[in-house]
Ligand binder design. Structure first.
Ligand code: AMP
Length: 281
């Protein structure tokens, strides 16, 4: 079983020890309820670092007041069993009070990028993300940190935070891991009923359709969005939060598709919010 560390002090000491021995450290930050998407990050980290630390922390500051913090899926026993298979060196599993003790007052925020796409419908979400990731970087002090392109905007914002604040951590992004039928793996997929699970296929379906349209010469974002919307509307009860066609670095909307372009979407099926994206060139 991987070593579970619950206190910030012990984690810092352990990491210091590794560093003093000249060992490289890879960090994989997660909120637990691990699936193959998370494991792809762990595997890559194992390949490139002497030591791999996985953090499991359902970070309260990145959830809005009406979001699913309380019911977010948690399964530490299963997670630890899975991680021990990959010979992870340490699992950092702090309590909320350990990360945000009484009187806690510091925030890390990346302006502008944090207000777009998911940030527009989840105000404060990315401030919570950058704050916790900055704290994890300070505690673990990894050489490399691994993030999934499933949360495309998140890794863009973290890269910007690292650049702007001169944090000496290399950010590595890994491709989206999908179920066989194309649904992007997500801990939140566990919320879906069988019926909703089928409806959710339209998310990746519409992104693939968009890509096909781009490849066949359609350049108008309005047209692509209209085609995606029409397809998504075939799933009854599915609500589109946003469809964005934007620059993959600045996240600025593009009206004409030219060069590397991110097509990202967020939808609701009932109360479940799911995201997915595709990059077209
Ligand atoms: P989470 O536990 O949802 O906060 O995710 C932890 C990390 O795993 C983030 O960097 C996510 O982008 C990444 N991740 C989640 N789902 C996937 C997926 N299907 N494919 C690749 N990476 C993923």
């Amino acid at each position: 079983m991987a070593k579970v560390i619950k206190s910030v002090e012990s984690m810092m000491k352990l990491s210091d020890g590794f560093r003093k021995k000249g060992l490289s450290i890879g960090l994989v930050p997660t909120m637990g309820c691990l699936h193959k998407g998370h494991i792809s990050l762990v595997k890559e980290a194992k390949k490139r670092n002497d030591i791999v630390v996985v953090s499991i922390f359902v970070n309260p500051t990145q959830f809005g007041p009406r979001e699913d913090l309380k019911k977010y899926p948690r399964d530490m026993k299963r997670d630890l069993k899975l991680l021990s298979r990959y010979k992870v060196n340490a699992v950092f599993f702090p309590a909320a009070k350990e990360m945000y003790p009484n009187g806690y007052g510091a925030d890390v925020e990346v302006k502008r990028l944090s207000d777009k796409l998911c940030g527009a419908s989840r105000p404060g979400h990315f401030k919570g993300v950058t704050t916790i990731v900055a704290k994890l970087f300070n505690i673990v002090r990894p050489d490399n940190a691994y993030f999934g392109e499933k949360d495309f905007q998140q890794q863009v914002i973290i890269r910007k935070m690292v650049r702007d604040l001169n944090m000496g951590v290399k950010i590595i992004s890994m491709p989206i891991v999908r179920e066989k039928d194309g649904l992007a793996m997500s801990s939140r997929n566990t919320y879906l009923s069988n019926e909703d699970r089928i409806k959710a296929l339209v998310i990746n379906g519409s992104l693939k359709f968009a890509k096909m349209l781009v490849n066949s010469g359609v350049r108008s974002s309005v047209k692509i969005k209209a085609a995606m919307t029409k397809l998504m509307r075939t799933a009854k009860g599915l609500k589109i939060d946003y469809i964005s066609i934007c620059d993959p670095e600045t996240l600025d909307e593009k009206s004409v598709i030219k060069g590397k372009t991110l097509i990202a979407t967020a939808i609701y099926i009932g109360k479940t919010r799911l995201i997915d994206n595709i990059v077209v060139n």
